[in-house]
Design a protein. Structure first.
Length: 117
């Protein structure tokens, strides 16, 4: 399953991500994938001389070693979250998503995947 482009774009706007993060999605049907997220420095400088950074996010099939965050859920839960039918925060509270790893990163992603009303 590929995450919708708008979710990747929203992920790129998060400011609380570490410099590099690997977020593993584990699905029972074996279609595991992970997001490789890293900050990159753009060549644009502001008037005060600071360099603006952006986030690059790639979805890669399979498993990664040393994931910063592992999310385990059913395919239907991921589908409902990515389509905006289910809030990730609500799914966490219901136990539909199990995670291990970086708690702050998990919280940031829960805010990213919110349901539309």
């Amino acid at each position: 399953m590929h995450l919708p482009v708008q979710l990747i774009e929203r992920l790129q706007k998060l400011t609380c991500l570490p410099e590099t993060a690997r977020i593993q999605f584990r699905l029972p049907d074996g279609s595991d994938f992970y997001l490789q997220v890293q900050q990159r420095r753009d060549e644009v400088q502001s008037p005060n001389g600071a360099t603006n950074g952006s986030i690059e996010a790639k979805q890669i099939a399979g498993l990664t070693e040393n994931a910063d965050l592992e999310l385990e859920m059913s395919f239907n839960t991921l589908k409902d979250i990515s389509e905006g039918q289910l809030s990730a925060r609500h799914a966490f509270l219901l136990g539909d998503i199990r995670y291990t790893g970086n708690r702050e990163l998990a919280a940031a992603l829960a805010d990213l995947f919110s349901a539309h009303g």
